[in-house]
Ligand binder design. Sequence first.
Ligand code: SF4
Length: 710
Amino acid sequence: MHHPINAHENNTTTCCYCGVGCGIVAHKDQLGRLQVEGDKDYPVNKGMLCSKGMNLHYTVNDYSDRLLYPEMRYSRNLPRQRVSWEMALERTAAVFRTLIDKYGPDSVAFYASGQCLTEEYYIVNKLIKGYIGSNNIDTNSRLCMSSAVVGYKMSLGEDSVPVSYEDLEVADVIFVAGANPAWCHPVLWRRVEAARQTNPDLKIIVSDPRKTQTCSIADVHLQLHPGTDITLHHAIGRALIEKGYIDADFVNDHTEGFAQYRKQVFSKTIAEAAQVCGVEEEAIRQVADYIGRARGFMTLWTMGLNQSVVGVNKNLSLINLNLITGHIGKPGSGPLSLTGQPNAMGGREVGGLSNLLPAHRDLLNVQHRREVEDFWGIRPGTISDKPGLTATEMFDALEDGRLKAIWILCTNPLISLPDVRKAEAALKKAKFVVVQEISNKPETLAYADVVLPAAAWTEKEGTMTNAERRISYLNKIMEAPGEALPDATILCRFAQKMGFTGFDFENTAAIFNEHGALTAGTRMDISALNYELLKARRSVQWPFTEAAGKQGTSRLFEDHQFYTTSHRAQIHSFPDDNHSETPSPDYPLILTTGRIRDQWHTMSKTGKVNKLKQHISESFLEIHPEDATPRQIKENDLVVIKSRRGEVRIKARLSDTIKQGVVFLPMHWGKILGKDGNRANNLTNNLVDPKSKEPDFKFSAVAVYRYQKP
Ligand code: SF4
């Protein structure tokens, strides 16, 4: 099979793993195989790549698991057969039409991914919201950062990350809450480590029930009990107020809600809060002193805050610390939510969640719906005012029969969804399942009636937005193998088979231009941007307006005019309760799941690379010796982890770096020492935050005991 690299002058692209968004230059070696290196001219990584990024070429050069042709089956009892694109799309359109006619537009859904390119996201969102007439489009980003979206909207008025990575290099205090960037966002963390070398006054605070690699350069590690983040943030807020460290002018002139907040955080003493969190009172006061004296204070967070049944409140309570100290809209200051996927931000921008519309418009706002309908040239009222199903809701709806068909693209829900056995049972019940994928490995394929082979990273062009609002252009560098097609092409062809107009784009650039035009006049205006400019400038940060300059806007809110109706930032108040599942004598430990350094998501890409198995080759349960010893568990013993939903068998790794009473299991592996799908998510529950609908992955009550042969 020959897969030549295009004779393109500029083989630059962007890493397809985490939301840091490192720039990559691709080369062809003597054997014609892809090689990658960090792009020295790219502002994000300045030539650096982490272990995952520097081994990306292995995933591209290995075609052994690639889907090459469309496949289809006429009945669940029959095997799938190779078919033509024409036949696969014709049949899919016929089934969708029949279901929509019989059961209505809400009987079908698309479940997409933060790995989709912005153009793909735009098309799938337009297709279902504007033409099918349902809002049943959600993505795996719901599992990752939807609490941050709501947090930003509620506090700043819109889903707008106010800072840039360069702010981390001029901050005096960086508070990392519920994140391990040293492993999960490594290149960004290397920039912080470098800043530490040049600024000895830089203080780093980490809050995490685990003493992770990130803690190795922390001045303070607040090893809190899971679920007590709000209590901790409130206590820091109280300590800041007590010491007179708040910025009274900023609070008076540019915020609302401080008086209520003060009352709320004073409802617990710092000593009481310290006890709830399981940290030292003195450590909380020390952190407040560091923040209070800082000229630049940044907060940084990911899944430890987002993946929670109170994820939005965790976000708000942290952002409050920036607001009461006036640390926003100036160098080295502000809240920065890191994204786990490369284009979770692009998805947010085109409205690719079940409750959003393009350019950060709101589905529930009738004016916003009309603007989008006008732009798309569709009948007023076509866009439903009923929010669509979110990620976990889609699988609930498949199970109870409300949803008949699901189209899954670029994600692997049978490892990544919470309470995954329930999701698997739901997929079995679906009337019709379409899977659009690059690999023949994902478990989802077992349930697929139609399989559509997609082009992978470097095999298609498009754009992505990283965690600092930076839009980058990804060159097409390789030809896709077999008959695999870019996701946007597949979706447009399907839309045309459905008889919809508005999907006859000449090329990918035309999709980007349409998306850009729809942002005109909004706060994320990129209407003046196009592929030519992006290729020339390599990346820009939105908004990209005339006033913003050549590379766009690096920092928002420098004028302290927030996007709320009153133009004031909102300081929200709420109790510090956690609503997670309650541990009991039968399930006394708290399970938290997460990433390891060299694997990514469900390993469909990183799992192909031998080098990446050298760091950690198999999954494990991390448990504190004080929890292991009474259970007669020793290092490497096989243990059973049991929750109210399922169990997993795995080897134990004893470590005093984890909080006593807490155990940790990596999220990546599908089958662990068992043939029946012993996935980490057999154990998790599908409780969700009521506002963001993000699941509570970081808090499941479990029992752990040594495995005894029956
Ligand atoms: Fe890729 Fe993230 Fe590593 Fe950069 S830090 S190389 S974007 S995985």
